[in-house]
Structure formats: structure tokens, C-alpha cells
Design a protein around this ligand. Structure first.
Ligand code: ZN
Length: 254
């Protein structure tokens, strides 16, 4: 009930402000940046949670994965996005959507953008990277194939709730990205193993490419593509992904 003394525009802006607060609490997903290079510490090791405005992903960025997808190696980065509502964190349970019979894992190094930038030069790109971690680009492969074959956007097969599990992110100071190794075990058995040095487009090149068209914002994530070995997940599977020596992520498929 608004009193007649309150101008309508103020009354409305009050509601919008309240709703904006609710929206922030319920829907803005974050990434946890640790202060040290040990990712399992959570809040106990200090650090901060920063809001993730958007998530970019690079497709077919390892030649052997492009081959297993029966795709050519791309001439420029293949870029797609997930909404930040796709994020879940270490320890999450991800349910298999009813719409699919073929939920796949893709294990990927991800980087966190530390400051806003547009038209970033490749030589300057590294200074825009605040942190890195290990993530899963969970994919509804049957839907993706159907959508790709029809020439339609594959968003729903890649951007659904829970499709972006991420570890805590660790600082990149002094890290030689070409030394990064990643792995995934499912129920204790090795499923994926890869070396970041085998990516076709390096993160610096990806940042230069994306930022020609998009403003990169603090907190944006960039998933860098999966090595070969993608496969189907089933109810009850226990996934353990590692950015070896830096970060790890455990997820259960419920
Ligand atoms: Zn992927």
C-alpha cells in the first residue's frame, strides 16, 4: 500500500532496488580467488569471492579432441558462452537433465580476468589474467549434435544449470602456462589427461581475439577447451579434476 504522498517514480525505484538486491543474492555466481597457490583452502585460506559477469569457452582447442569430434582444426578461436548461472563449485552435485541421454565431461583449464579491457593486444593480455583453475564444461552431447547438425545455436546443450563446475582459482604469478597439466578421473579411473601447451590458441591470443568484439570485465572466466577423452557420465559418478599442483575439483553426478 503506497501512501499518496510518495511520488510513483520513487515508489517504483524502491521496488526495483529491493529486487536488485534479491537478484544479486540469488543469482549472481562467483569465483573464489585464493591468496595462495593451494586451491582447497576455501575461505580458510583467505582470498575473496568475485562475481562472474560472463563465461567464454573455446571449442576444439586441442587437435586430438577436434579429431575425436570429427571436426577440422579451426582457423580462428571457436568461441561460445555459458551464463554465469551455470556455475557450481567444488563438492557440487550435478543432476543429469531429463532432456539428455548423453551427458559428457570436458575437463578444461580456465582463467579469470582481473580487470576491464577492450581491444587488448596479445602482448598485453597476460596482465589481464588474475587467476586460473580447473573446470568442467559439461555438455549434453546428443542435443549439441542435433543442434549443430540443424545449424542452430547449441546454447542449451552447454549452458544449463550446473554445466560449469569450477575449482577455486589460484594466482598466476610466475606460472609458465605451458607447464600446466590437467587430468580427470571418474570413480578413480583416469579419463582425461592433457597438457595446456597442446592448445591451438593460447590464452593471450584468445583474449586479443575476444576483446576485439567484447569488453572483458573483472571476474569473467575463459575456459580454454578440452583435451581428448570426453565421454559419457552416469548417475553416481564421482569426478575428480586437477590442474596438477595447483587446483582440484570434485563433483558427483546425482
Ligand atoms: Zn569445452
Amino acid at each position: 500500500m503506497r501512501g499518496s504522498s510518495v511520488p510513483p517514480q520513487l515508489w517504483l525505484s524502491g521496488i526495483l532496488e529491493r529486487n536488485a538486491t534479491l537478484f544479486y543474492i540469488h543469482h549472481m555466481k562467483t569465483v573464489h580467488l585464493t591468496k595462495t597457490s593451494s586451491s582447497k583452502g576455501g575461505s580458510a585460506s583467505g582470498g575473496e569471492d568475485i562475481v562472474v559477469p560472463k563465461i567464454f569457452c573455446i571449442g576444439k582447442n586441442y587437435a586430438k579432441h577436434a579429431a575425436e569430434m570429427k571436426s577440422d582444426v579451426p582457423q580462428r578461436p571457436v568461441v561460445f558462452m555459458k551464463p554465469s548461472s551455470a556455475i557450481v563449485h567444488d563438492g557440487a552435485k550435478v543432476s543429469i537433465p531429463a532432456m539428455t541421454a548423453d551427458l559428457h565431461h570436458e575437463t578444461e583449464v580456465y582463467f579469470v580476468i582481473g580487470k576491464e579491457g577492450k581491444e587488448i593486444r596479445k602482448e598485453d593480455a597476460r596482465s589481464y589474467i588474475a587467476a586460473m583453475g580447473i573446470g568442467l564444461d559439461l555438455t549434453l552431447r546428443d542435443l549439441q549434435t542435433e543442434l549443430k547438425n540443424a545449424g542452430n545455436p547449441w546454447l542449451i546443450s552447454k549452458g544449463f544449470d550446473g554445466s560449469a563446475p569450477i575449482s577455486n582459482a589460484v594466482p598466476v604469478d610466475g606460472v609458465d602456462f605451458n607447464s600446466l597439466e590437467l587430468s580427470l578421473t571418474v570413480n578413480g579411473k583416469l579419463r582425461q589427461q592433457g597438457s595446456y601447451k597442446n592448445t591451438i590458441f593460447k590464452i593471450e591470443e584468445v583474449i586479443a581475439f575476444i576483446s576485439q568484439l567484447f569488453t572483458l570485465e573483472r571476474g569473467d572466466l575463459i575456459f580454454t577447451g578440452t583435451p581428448e577423452g570426453v565421454a559419457k557420465l552416469n548417475h553416481g559418478d564421482k569426478l575428480h579434476a586437477e590442474l596438477i599442483g595447483h587446483a582440484s575439483l570434485d563433483v558427483v553426478i546425482s
